[in-house]
Write a protein that binds this ligand. Structure first.
Ligand SMILES: Nc1ncnc2c1ncn2[C@@H]1O[C@H](COP(=O)(O)OP(=O)(O)OP(=O)(O)O)[C@@H](O)[C@H]1O
Ligand SMILES: [Mg+2]
Length: 644
């Protein structure tokens, strides 16, 4: 797979039209390489090389690009002069975005800006030897020239009007053409580079092996997962997660939705029968890479069932029917919610299944924490993660109860152990506020999409707000200005019927934004809504995977191993955290998880185990008392990189 900015590998269909608009030539190829090249006159060309045919070269001049679906690995380039249309599909989305960006920048800032396309007559009479060279990658000056030439207003290439119209019902059509986004990308996913550990995992994923990568909260697992998904061919990659919120975070669907076997309570044959009647079976057969985020919350029996179903439906004896598995999560965080064997007391994790043992080929652990910067806080969280809180850490966390973390009228978000509590707090606080209530109803792409969107996003179908309401931003609007997903603010007033929100550093008029999620049938469901939700309170389960900037919690009623850890690790700093009633007894790790992580490390490295002293006794509930034996802090911090 090509990895630089100047080449792209994907499926390509090319169509040439005659002057009457009829197709008079076609070319179609699955594994096609596209290259950006220059001729001896420095004109830029797109070179399309497919198997068994001579490369086709088309000059990038007077083109129009339809790129609304580039994040799904699809785009269309129309070459008006030669009446040729190139349809790109199944491209790795991030590479496609980068490739189109290179075209935009080079064309807008280069020859097009200077108007220096060499006239045909000059070319014909030239004695220069004919040659094609690869163009150089984008430089700072290319970017500068492109931005200046564009001036934020006009672009050399715009999406065709027909394409814009198609999405107008749900897209933010009032915005400037998306072309500008290609070189002023504010998306962190485009800009932030992977750290070394993350790069190694990406490479392993691209090599086709079945991978499980783990790491403590905030080590960038989901961040990396988005990059991995962006680097894999879109049509044959299915991004899933155990919960709707986590799935939305990586632009995917839940594993349950994809699997298509309900809660998996039937026999394998029954599940396969169920599947073969619907569209889910064809998705299973088409899938080559299956990504699962927050895998710690997948029930063991369900995982085992899905693996068996995959083999049957794909008629292959290979683990998962030969699909590449990319699993990610932290088993020290929330465990599976018992779905169909509620009578079962014991929690079963998917790492305990035969399917896991047969499938997972390599395990990695990310160790660099990105969410928090303070080493002191990172160390405390690492202790909480394994249920081993020292007296010093307990004191520090207890003392946060007295902190004032509110600023500019922005209150802390209360994390609740029970969802019901969070709902009650939000409703009653809103009711208490004086003033008129404004209601914002979401626009969904179709009425049937609404339930899917409710499950897969945190964006409310009906948002009720008043002046003074505490809200959370649900989208990255401007990363450099701190207007990021999870940022906290307060509604100051309504301007032109839209909420004007005070965030820590600025005011922001919340214009409707668009969310799109994939549906089980491979289609898209989209919602347009003001990117806010009430944020006086949130449940800990709903907060998994999020980064929050001002949080308060009461951990007195936590009921799951890892629940307190998830809550505490959402905070970015000790300064912006308030724990009302911290006690070391509120944190504990599941002994099976501790054993699993211990074994992973032992399989890799021969360590001298340092038994824990009695003073450091860990909090273990419902497990063998000696499970943490030998799990020293040094061992815990030792990376698991490359366990084969
Ligand atoms: N290489 C990186 N460079 C800059 N920022 C990063 C990098 N990796 C992750 N981040 C940032 O760190 C924060 C935490 O990342 P992320 O949510 O992916 O962590 P996580 O491991 O999935 O956490 P959790 O276990 O809580 O789900 C995010 O704000 C993310 O943008
Ligand atoms: Mg995550």
């Amino acid at each position: 797979m090509a990895s630089d900015d100047l080449t792209l590998t994907c499926c390509v269909k090319m169509e040439w039209m005659n002057t009457q608009g009829m197709i008079n030539r076609q070319l179609q190829s699955k594994n096609t390489t596209l290259r950006l090249i220059r001729n001896e006159f420095r004109d830029i060309f797109l070179e399309v090389s497919a198997d068994k045919v001579a490369p086709v070269r088309l000059q990038l001049k007077g083109i129009s690009v339809h790129k609304n679906f580039m994040k799904e690995g699809k785009a269309t380039i129309k070459f008006q002069d030669v009446r040729c249309t190139v349809f790109l599909t199944n491209a790795p989305p991030l590479q496609l975005v980068t490739f189109l960006r290179t075209i935009f920048v080079k064309m807008t800032g280069g020859a097009v800006e200077k108007g220096k396309n060499t006239p045909l007559r000059t070319q014909l009479l030239s004695s220069k030897p004919r040659k094609f060279d690869e163009i150089s990658p984008i430089t700072e000056s290319d970017l500068y020239r492109a931005q200046r030439a564009n001036g934020g207003k006009s672009t050399a290439m715009r999406p065709s009007p027909t394409c814009k119209r198609k999405l107008s019902d749900v897209s933010s059509s009032s915005k400037a053409p998306a072309a500008k986004k290609l070189y002023t990308s504010s998306s962190p996913i485009q800009n932030d580079p992977l750290d070394l550990e993350q790069k190694e995992v990406l490479q392993a994923c691209l090599s086709g092996q079945n991978i499980f990568f783990t790491g403590s909260a905030g080590t960038g697992k989901s961040f990396l997962l988005r990059k991995i998904i962006g680097a894999l061919p879109a049509d044959v990659t299915v991004a899933t997660a155990s919960t709707g919120v986590a799935a939305c975070h990586i632009g995917g669907i839940t594993l349950h939705q994809f699997a298509g076997i309900g809660i998996g309570s039937g026999s394998v044959d029954r599940c396969v029968d169920m599947l073969s009647k619907g569209i889910a079976a064809s998705l299973w057969r088409k899938c080559k890479h299956l990504v699962i985020d927050e895998v710690s919350m997948i029930d063991a029996d369900f995982f085992q069932k899905v693996e068996e179903v995959a083999r049957k439906i794909r008629k292959s004896d290979k683990p998962f029917g030969g699909i590449q598995l990319i699993l990610c999560g932290d088993f020290f965080q929330l465990p599976p919610v018992g779905k169909f064997e509620s009578s079962k007391k014991e929690i079963n994790f998917c790492f305990q299944t035969e399917a896991w043992k047969n499938c997972v080929q390599r395990t990695f652990e990310l160790t660099k924490v990105h969410r928090q910067e303070e080493q002191e806080f990172i160390d405390i969280l690492n202790e909480v993660r394994i249920g081993k809180v020292t007296a010093k850490s307990e004191k520090i966390l207890t003392e946060t109860a007295r902190q004032k973390i509110e600023q500019d009228g922005i209150l802390a978000t209360r994390l609740c152990s029970h969802t019901q509590d969070a709902n009650i707090i939000n409703e009653s606080k809103l009711k208490e506020l004086p003033g008129e209530m404004k209601v914002f109803d979401a626009q969904d792409s179709s009425p049937s999409a609404s339930v899917t969107l409710d499950n897969l996003t945190t964006v409310p179908r009906k948002l009720e707000l008043k002046v003074g309401a505490q809200v959370m931003l649900l989208k990255n609007i401007n990363v450099s200005k701190g207007l990021v997903n999870g940022a906290r603010g307060v509604v100051k007033e309504f301007k032109d019927d839209l909420p004007l929100v005070k965030f820590r550093n600025q005011l922001y008029l919340a214009l409707p934004e668009r969310w799109a999620v994939k549906t089980t049938s491979g289609g898209i469901a989209a919602r347009r809504q003001v990117p806010l939700r009430l944020a006086w309170a949130f449940s800990i389960h709903k907060s998994q995977g999020l980064t929050l900037d001002c949080v308060e919690m009461s951990l007195g009623r936590v009921f799951e191993a890892g629940q307190a850890y998830v809550a505490l690790s959402r905070a970015q700093s000790l300064k912006m955290l308030r724990v009302l009633d911290f006690k070391a007894s509120q944190v504990w790790a599941n002994p099976n998880v501790v054993d699993f992580y211990n074994k992973l490390r032992l399989e890799k490295d021969a360590f001298t185990l340092i038994p824990l002293g009695s003073k450091n006794k860990s909090n273990l509930k419902s497990g063998p008392k000696n499970s943490l034996k030998g799990m020293s802090k040094a061992l815990l911090n030792k990376p698991l990189m490359n366990i084969s």
